[in-house]
Design a protein around this ligand. Structure first.
Ligand code: DX5
Ligand code: ZN
Length: 220
């Protein structure tokens, strides 16, 4: 069925040209992107290190869009307030990286941000059941986190569907976001499965017209 719902598109800054971060941020700011996705990697939770607060602050300076920050950081709890100060609006933490997840989600909301939980491809959807009223967004990883440009894992579509069913059953209202390998080849299927927001890095930045690609994803 054709839904009238418009997709939230969150291009991933990880795929931009860091030598031209102001230019690329301004391009995203002027595009139809709803959010800008910011991937923070610590080299512990994931086998890669991306960037931290100074880069987040630099992006914040050049856009008024919502900053959708995805922490791939082991035990991020000491840094939550610093992320708020650096400009984060939505802060998503990994289920697999937080020992005291309920406390962490509460801290995020207490700082005035929206709180998200990200789930790796192997993590059962049902782990979020005890936290449905603590969470504003659930991020389904459609690749193993750590790198841009990886291949989409098709089972993510089933997982989005399962999560959407769980949301309905529990009367919850969190948004469902999908991250990793998103292209026009899977965007519609993800939307029909129940996704509200799509992250796209390499698909946007490697396309000839990034801002037209963002529009296409928005209208998927
Ligand atoms: C992967 C990151 C993603 C990444 C997506 O660990 O969480 O946000 O930037 O990049 P693409 O769209 O290229 O898979
Ligand atoms: Zn991400």
């Amino acid at each position: 069925t054709l839904s009238k719902k418009v997709m939230i598109v969150s291009p991933s800054v990880l795929s931009c040209d860091f030598g031209n971060i102001q230019r690329d941020t301004e391009m995203l700011d002027q595009s139809q992107a709803d959010w800008l996705h910011i991937d923070v990697m610590d080299g512990v939770f994931v086998p890669n290190i991306s960037f931290g607060f100074p880069v987040l602050e630099a992006v914040r300076k050049h856009t008024s869009k919502v900053l959708d920050v995805h922490l791939m950081v082991q035990d991020c709890s000491p840094y939550i307030e610093t992320f708020k100060k650096a400009g984060a609006d939505w802060l998503t933490v990994h289920y697999e990286a937080c020992t005291h997840l309920h406390r962490t989600l509460t801290q995020i909301r207490d700082c005035g941000m929206k709180a998200g939980i990200a789930l790796n491809p192997h993590t059962p959807i049902s782990v979020i059941v005890p936290l449905v009223s603590e969470v504003d967004l659930v991020l389904i990883m459609s690749v193993n986190p750590g790198f841009g440009g990886q291949k989409f894992i098709p089972n993510a579509i089933n997982r989005v569907q399962e999560l959407a069913q769980l949301r309905e059953k529990t009367n919850a209202s969190f948004l469902i976001e999908v991250d990793g390998g998103v292209t026009m080849d899977n965007a519609q299927a993800l939307k029909s499965a129940g996704a509200d927001a799509l992250v796209a890095g390499s698909f946007v930045f490697q396309s000839p017209q990034p801002s037209a690609t963002i529009t296409a994803l928005k209208n998927c």
